[in-house]
Write a protein that binds this ligand. Structure first.
Ligand code: NDP
Length: 299
């Protein structure tokens, strides 16, 4: 029997309408609407699409948004000044600097991404990339959760997939997806929102030996690699749950990190690409923006 498709789009819509209802209550309590400020440096077409999608999603949830466009030739000092301005603006609840910043080859000035992310006020850090928020997560007392792994936790929770005591293999150790994903799944009990945690986690990467054998031990396999269809059917334990984070453009098609047709005949459940993890990332960004507004209102 082919695997059940885990419908990220549907779950994201559910979360978005919950956030919208919560925003309405927040505003009717006399608060200004939450506002997400996005900073877009340069003209990268994919980044323009991402930012536009985020703006639209905000609008539907009753969240205000502002977009600060800066030229590709922006210097680090100019970008840091912009972040400082947004940090100081009481109307701004959450700040996101769209990554990647333009490379030198694309007209960029070689801005240190880390320095920019570090400059965002942790209480407005809706991407949860600042060292303070990463540290709080590490210690099991998270404030903001990074959007993509949090979306995956929500997906597992809302589709009734148990993680407690299960072996989860995460392939990919980026600061944005793999590392926080592993950390969240290993947390004790429900410190990361819904009661989905207590997993035994293996974090694999490009230096991992025997990747196939390790992946085959997974009850839940999460691929966040950025290599089209790298995870083949024979790397999956029959009956495992497969979460495909990858978004790779191949010709005019988007494909994941998992060879979907092969995986579908082995796994018990799988996320499609597109329509799996992607929509959840934006839903969790809205969640974090509302949370940021609430934190600031309570200050
Ligand atoms: P990164 O490039 O930052 O990290 C990729 C990770 O994969 C690295 O840890 C790397 O290992 C590991 N890796 C690379 N090659 C191999 C290999 N052959 N075997 C095992 N591990 C390998 O990517 P991101 O985490 O930012 O993104 C991963 C994918 O997820 C991309 O396709 C991206 O587009 C997508 N994505 C999707 C999102 C969504 O909303 N759905 C959000 C964010 C990302 P090493 O550390 O050793 O180099």
């Amino acid at each position: 029997m082919p695997a059940t498709r885990l419908d990220g789009k549907k779950i994201a819509a559910e979360i978005r309408s919950e956030v919208a209802a919560d925003v309405e209550t927040f505003v009717s309590g006399g608060n200004p609407p939450p506002q997400l400020a996005a900073v877009l440096v340069g003209e990268d077409p994919a980044s323009q699409v991402y930012v536009r999608n985020k703006e639209r999603a905000c609008e539907k949830a009753g969240i205000a948004s502002r977009l600060d466009r800066m030229p590709a030739a922006t210097t680090e000092a100019e970008l840091l000044a912009k972040v400082a301005e947004l940090n100081a603006d009481p109307a701004v609840s959450g700040i996101l600097v769209q990554l990647p910043l333009p490379a030198k080859a694309a007209g960029g000035t070689g801005i240190d991404e880390r320095a920019v992310l570090d400059a965002i006020d942790p209480i407005k850090d809706v991407d949860a990339f600042s060292p303070v928020n990463v540290g709080l997560l590490m210690q099991g007392r998270p404030r903001f959760l990074p959007c993509t792994p949090h979306g995956i936790i929500q997906l597992l929770h809302r589709t009734g997939i148990e993680t407690s005591g299960k072996h989860v293999v995460v392939v990919g150790r980026s600061d944005i997806v793999g590392k926080p994903m592993a950390m969240m799944l290993a947390q004790k009990d429900s410190t990361c929102g819904p009661a989905v945690a207590n997993a035994t986690v293996t974090l694999a990467h490009s230096r991992t030996q025997n990747l196939t054998e390790i992946c085959r031990q997974a009850d839940i396999l999460i691929a966040a690699v950025g290599r089209p269809e790298m995870i083949r059917g024979d790397m999956i334990q029959p009956g495992a749950v497969v979460i495909d984070v990858g978004i790779n453009r191949v010709g005019d098609k988007l494909v994941g990190d998992v060879a979907f047709a092969e995986a579908e005949s082995v796994a018990s459940a799988i996320t499609p690409v597109p329509g799996g993890v992607g929509p959840l990332t934006i839903a969790m960004l809205l969640h974090n923006t509302l949370m940021a507004a609430k934190l600031q209102a309570a200050k």
